[in-house]
Design a protein around this ligand. Structure first.
Ligand SMILES: Cc1cc2nc3c(=O)[nH]c(=O)nc-3n(C[C@H](O)[C@H](O)[C@H](O)COP(=O)(O)OP(=O)(O)OC[C@H]3O[C@@H](n4cnc5c(N)ncnc54)[C@H](O)[C@@H]3O)c2cc1C
Ligand SMILES: *[C@@H]1O[C@H](CO)[C@@H](O)[C@H](O)[C@H]1NC(C)=O
Ligand SMILES: *[C@@H]1O[C@H](CO)[C@@H](O)[C@H](O)[C@H]1NC(C)=O
Length: 550
């Protein structure tokens, strides 16, 4: 039988796991990458390239290695817990080599390939065969190929969002204006007076880095504040070890909203009092949290000055809603985020406003008749993007394969649309995001949902009876991606071992003075349990109270 052919656009972490999922399902992948190497965003380049992601030199991952790895390929023991971008890229390369993925990727310079995807169109017989015509180009030369399915892995942090219209008179400003995507290193800002707009991951990183270089004072404007975590969690352990656990997530989802808000706020302020630093968010669920440990100490040192929203610019200054002004500005950096764009896709396939949501399970366009087009990595879970895109790819390729073999009934377009409306209601309740940020999902719930569709979700009740140590680790320990390789298709024999040894890999990179390992920590990795204890006690008290009352 001829293998079904799948085109994958982009060789970042979404594309790499895409290739692997294709192979797992016995499909034939062809990955197009417009650049010359894998890793997408994690490959730091000195210059910004159009249509490619771009990061700053000092970027360090905001989740730790046991969460940020792929589900069947633990990171090398000696890799640090939070990875500088080059180290994460190294990991991606190890992954690609180990599973021999490189031979399926067409890069820019190899064999004069056409590797920038410039158009993806429905085949003229799409209604019967579901195929796509993919056009690629390089230096003006074009080539077209027909594929049975297309997976879009082109990244969600590529096209800068520069909402200049909402900043009156910004065009009058005589200094330099740039988007954070163009920021690479602090050198060129020596002695400059800098204002950064937007308090997200990038805004916070840039401010804490620049303030030591620029004129010892950087202004950081934030309209709404933010909830910030430090990489160093309780007792200095990586914060996600205790923050991303099934147990905690379960309390958050099932407990009364007031309780989960209270606990979230407690967790947030345990790290440092957000009100004291004047960055307390108006509504804590609204915005994604960010991860940064330097900003609070920079604010304490007066190196970073927090500012509210901006009312207008003049030639040299910015005015803020509280009536204050900052004069003699040299540079304004917009850390205002990104917009999702698919310049190679027809508007009949994707709807104009991405944020309104048109993707079933955040993957498949609801208005499409054939399940042969998938969007991977257009999602914002508070957790590991690597693990999320991996399970998305597994779900998509399984679906493509079984539906192609007509062995499974796929929901109708109407059913999928109804599901979207349901999801939106839930999202409004949880995150309070007006006019949908359809990309926000609850990390564990989302992964579990996709995993249960493809029978890869761990059966925890059963594990508690048959393999209690593993079961307890899965409930109370950090939610490592190996959990999704314990059962079902794509099962990996090393998954159990990987979970049981995760603590060793966390500890190893720190023992660089030849000191002995900390004793007794590895059993359940329970050292960080104390941080979930208040949640637990509150939950019990509240449930009992409600039960007595009702
Ligand atoms: C500043 C910053 C920090 C981040 N830090 C973290 C973090 O710490 N932890 C975390 O989990 N996530 C982080 N992220 C999110 C990050 O986007 C993901 O970790 C991940 O890199 C997304 O991978 P991807 O493969 O989906 O997209 P990308 O890495 O963007 O890869 C897309 C690839 O597609 C290629 N491509 C695009 N269009 C085409 C085309 N038309 N034809 C051919 N090729 C094309 C691009 O060249 C690129 O290689 C961060 C994002 C930013 C912006
Ligand atoms: C990043 O990608 C470029 C090609 O765009 C490649 O030449 C370079 O080697 C890559 N960097 C690393 C560290 O692999
Ligand atoms: C890490 O950074 C990315 C990009 O800014 C963001 O989408 C993600 O939510 C962050 N993760 C956490 C755990 O904050």
């Amino acid at each position: 039988m001829v293998k079904k052919r799948v085109a994958i656009i982009g060789a970042g972490i979404s594309g790499l796991t895409g290739i692997k999922s294709c192979l797992e399902e016995g499909l034939e992948p062809t990955c197009f990458e417009r650049r010359n190497d894998i890793g997408g965003l994690w490959n730091f380049t000195k210059h910004v390239e159009d249509g490619c992601p771009s990061i700053y030199k000092s970027l360090v991952s905001n989740i730790s290695k046991e969460t940020f790895c792929f589900s069947d390929f633990p990171m090398p023991e000696n890799f640090p817990n939070f990875l500088p971008n080059a180290k994460y890229l190294e990991y991606c390369k190890l992954y690609a080599e180990h599973f021999q993925l490189l031979k399926y990727i067409k890069f820019k310079n190899f064999e004069a390939n056409q590797t920038t995807v410039c158009q993806v169109q429905k085949h003229s017989d799409f209604d019967s065969n579901g195929q796509w015509v993919v056009t690629t180009e390089n230096d003006g030369e074009k080539a077209t190929t027909v594929f049975d399915a297309v997976t879009v892995c082109s990244g969600q942090y590529v096209y800068p969002l520069l909402p200049l219209d909402s900043f009156p008179d910004v065009n009058k400003f005589k200094g330099k204006i740039l988007h954070c995507r163009e920021y690479k290193e602090p050198m060129e800002f020596d002695g400059k007076k800098v204002l950064i707009i937007g308090l997200g991951n990038s805004g916070a990183d840039l401010a804490s880095e620049l303030c030591t270089k620029a004129s010892q004072k950087v202004y950081l404007s934030s309209k709404r504040g933010v909830c910030m975590f430090r990489r160093l969690g309780r007792d200095g352990y990586p914060f996600d070890l205790s923050f991303i656990t099934r147990f905690q997530n379960w309390i958050q989802l099932t407990g009364p909203p007031a309780l989960s808000r209270f606990l979230y706020e407690k967790y947030m302020n345990d790290q440092f009092d957000h009100g004291f630093y004047d960055i307390k968010p108006e509504c804590i669920e609204m915005k994604e949290p960010l991860v940064n440990e330097e900003l609070p100490s920079r604010i304490l040192a007066g190196l970073v000055i927090m500012k509210p929203g901006i009312t207008k610019f003049t030639e040299t200054s910015a005015q803020f809603v509280d009536g204050t002004t900052v004069d003699n500005l040299d540079v304004v950096i917009f850390a205002t985020g990104y917009e999702v764009r698919f310049p190679f896709m027809d508007e009949s396939v994707i709807q104009a406003d991405f944020n309104e949501g048109f993707l079933y399970k955040n993957i498949f366009p609801v208005n499409l008749q054939k399940p042969t087009l998938f969007f991977i990595g257009f999602i914002q879970p508070v957790g590991s993007i690597a693990a999320t895109v991996e399970i998305q790819n597994r779900w998509a390729m399984r679906l493509f394969k079984v539906v192609a073999a007509a062995s499974v009934k796929f929901p109708s377009n109407k059913e999928m649309k109804e599901q979207l409306v349901e999801n939106e209601k839930l999202r409004m309740k949880r995150f309070g995001t007006a006019k949908g940020n359809c990309r926000r999902v609850n990390y564990i719930e989302y992964m579990d949902d996709l995993a249960s569709n493809i029978n890869a979700k761990p059966n925890i009740m059963k594990l508690l009876l048959t393999d209690p140590v593993l079961g307890l680790k899965i409930i109370f320990g950090t939610t490592t991606p190996y959990q999704y390789r314990l059962t079902g298709p794509g099962k990996w024999a090393g998954a159990r071992e990987a979970i049981l040894t995760q603590w060793d890999r966390i500890e190893k990179p720190l023992k660089t003075r030849g000191m002995k390992k900390t004793i007794g920590r590895s059993f359940l990795s329970v050292r960080y349990l104390p941080s979930v204890l208040p949640w637990f006690i509150c939950a019990v008290i509240l449930f009992v109270a409600i039960w007595i009352k009702g």
